[in-house]
Design a protein around this ligand. Structure first.
Ligand code: AMP
Length: 214
C-alpha cells in the first residue's frame, strides 16, 4: 500500500511514520531525509539543494523527483511505502498521481503552539537521522542517539528564522493538498495534538483504516 503523510513541519510525521513502517513492513521514505543525505554526500543534487533547504524554502521539483523516483524503485518498497514530505504542492501531487497509485493520504493536524513547541526542541542524529526531542522524547544520554550512538544536533532549518519560513511555505504551498485529496475521497484526518507519548491513541484510527487496505 502506498500512503502519503501530510502535516505541518514539526507535527510529528516522522515519529508516526516510524511506527507505521514497523507495523506494515513498508519503508518510511522522507524526501527531507533523501535531500539531507544528498547534501551530506555532497552530490551534485545535494549541492544544488542545500541553499534552499538552509533557508527553509522548497527545493526545485526536478531535484526532489530525481531522488524520490530512485528510492521508490528499491526492493524494500515493492509492497508499498509511507511517503513523508512529498507532495508538498498541488503541482507535485499531480506529478505523483501520474506516476503512481496512492491508496490513502493521512493528514496529521495539530495547533500552531503544539507545532512550534515540537519543532523548536527537536534534535536529529547525524548518523542515522533518528529524531529526538529535548522534552518529549529525550535521549537516554544528552546529545547522543539511543539507536546508534551518533551525535545529536539541531538542524539549521529548525532554528527560529527558518521555522517561520517553513511554516509560511507549508500554509501557502502544502496545506491546499488537504482539500485536494479530500475532494478525491482519499484523505484521513488524524488529530496529532495529544502528547507524543500517546501515539497509540493518535494512530488508532489510521491503523483501523490501513488494516483494511492490506
Ligand atoms: P522536511 O524534513 O520534510 O521538513 O524537509 C526539509 C527540507 O527539504 C524542506 O524545508 C525543503 O527545503 C526540502 N524538501 C523536502 N521535501 C521537499 C519537496 N517535496 N519539495 C521541495 N522541497 C522539499
Amino acid at each position: 500500500m502506498n500512503i502519503v503523510l501530510l502535516g505541518a513541519p514539526g507535527v510529528g510525521k516522522g515519529t508516526y511514520a516510524g511506527l507505521l513502517s514497523k507495523r506494515y513492513n513498508i519503508p518510511h521514505i522522507s524526501t527531507g531525509d533523501l535531500l539531507r543525505n544528498a547534501v551530506k554526500k555532497q552530490s551534485v543534487t545535494g549541492k544544488k539543494a542545500k541553499s534552499y533547504m538552509d533557508k527553509g524554502l522548497l527545493v526545485p521539483d526536478l531535484l526532489v523527483l530525481e531522488l524520490l523516483e530512485k528510492r521508490i524503485k528499491e526492493k524494500d518498497a515493492k509492497n508499498g511505502f509511507l511517503l513523508d514530505g512529498f507532495p508538498r504542492s498541488i503541482k507535485q501531487a499531480e506529478t505523483l498521481g501520474k506516476k503512481i497509485k496512492i491508496d490513502k493520504v493521512l493528514s496529521f493536524e495539530a495547533s500552531g503552539s503544539v507545532i512550534m513547541q515540537r519543532l523548536g526542541g527537536r534534535r536529529t542524529c547525524r548518523s542515522c537521522s533518528a529524531i529526538f526531542h529535548v522534552k518529549n522524547i529525550p535521549p537516554k544520554k544528552e546529545g547522543i542517539c539511543d539507536k546508534c550512538g551518533g551525535g545529536l544536533y539541531q538542524r539549521d532549518d529548525e532554528k527560529p528564522e527558518a521555522i517561520k519560513v517553513r511554516l509560511e511555505t507549508y500554509k501557502k504551498e502544502t496545506a491546499p493538498l488537504i482539500d485536494y485529496y479530500a475532494k478525491k475521497g482519499m484523505l484521513l484526518k488524524v488529530d496529532a495534538n495529544p502528547p507524543i507519548g500517546q501515539v497509540g491513541k493518535i494512530l488508532k484510527n489510521c491503523v483501523e483504516t490501513l488494516d483494511k487496505l492490506r
